[in-house]
Design a protein around this ligand. Sequence first.
Ligand code: AP5
Length: 238
Amino acid sequence: MAVALIEKRTEDGKTIRVTPGPILLLGAPGVGKGTQAKEIVAAWGIPQISTGDILRANVSGGTELGKKAKAIMDRGELVSDDLVNDMVADRLRQPDTAGGYILDGFPRTLGQAEWLDSCLAAQAGSLPVVAVSIKVGYTQLLRRITGRRTCPVCKSTYNIYLQPPKVDEKCDLDGTPLTRRSDDTEEVFEERMRTYESLTAPVVEHYRALGRFEEVDGEQPVDAVAAAVMAAVLRLRG
Ligand code: AP5
């Protein structure tokens, strides 16, 4: 499989090609990690690895993992590190991750971060991770979460307040009725935020301390956030 390369302008105006390597998108529920990961996939052609999406696929597929995860996700708590690390390890063995990938929703405990760091350190030739944390205020996050709707067929994401579909509750691309995630209620969002503050905020500090870390303002239009995230990755891959 060909390794993805992205173009980067150097300070003296030359264009060079760099390997994206592992990219972490960090941030609270609803900051736009999934939205931004899809923008990077479209621009750079590297895969998005969303632990939330993999877990939801297991829930809807009725697998053993899905059965264990469903109640935990519906409460807004975290699935155990062992289960999630194994899931990520399996995905990282796929050949499409050779040149780089975007981790969306992982790591979200210090245990997961330490596991990932040692896993990459043991991998010959692996680039270090670069981490971009997206910041959005609480009130905006609540609107994003409670307004989110998804097309169950093509997986396009909408927001009834901020990015509504052209026809009420129908997908613009295929007309399918949109669905709402079972954890996107205000009550579960509040629990997800508590979980984020206690278990995931320390992961952001972990990567800030390691360097190769930038923070981006997520309260801008999607394309402006995408430009800021990609510019940050290119700077960090200097
Ligand atoms: P997960 O699916 O990862 O949920 P999350 O982190 O809470 O993040 P979200 O998917 O809710 O939000 P997002 O940041 O991707 O925002 P999005 O782009 O969709 O995890 C769900 C659950 O799975 C967890 O609670 C846990 O139980 C389990 N889990 C997952 N990973 C785990 C792990 N590593 N360990 C243990 N358990 C794990 O955008 C949100 C909305 O905003 C959309 O409607 C979108 O259209 C809109 N929007 C986005 N950007 C903008 C913008 N710039 N302007 C206006 N609207 C915007």
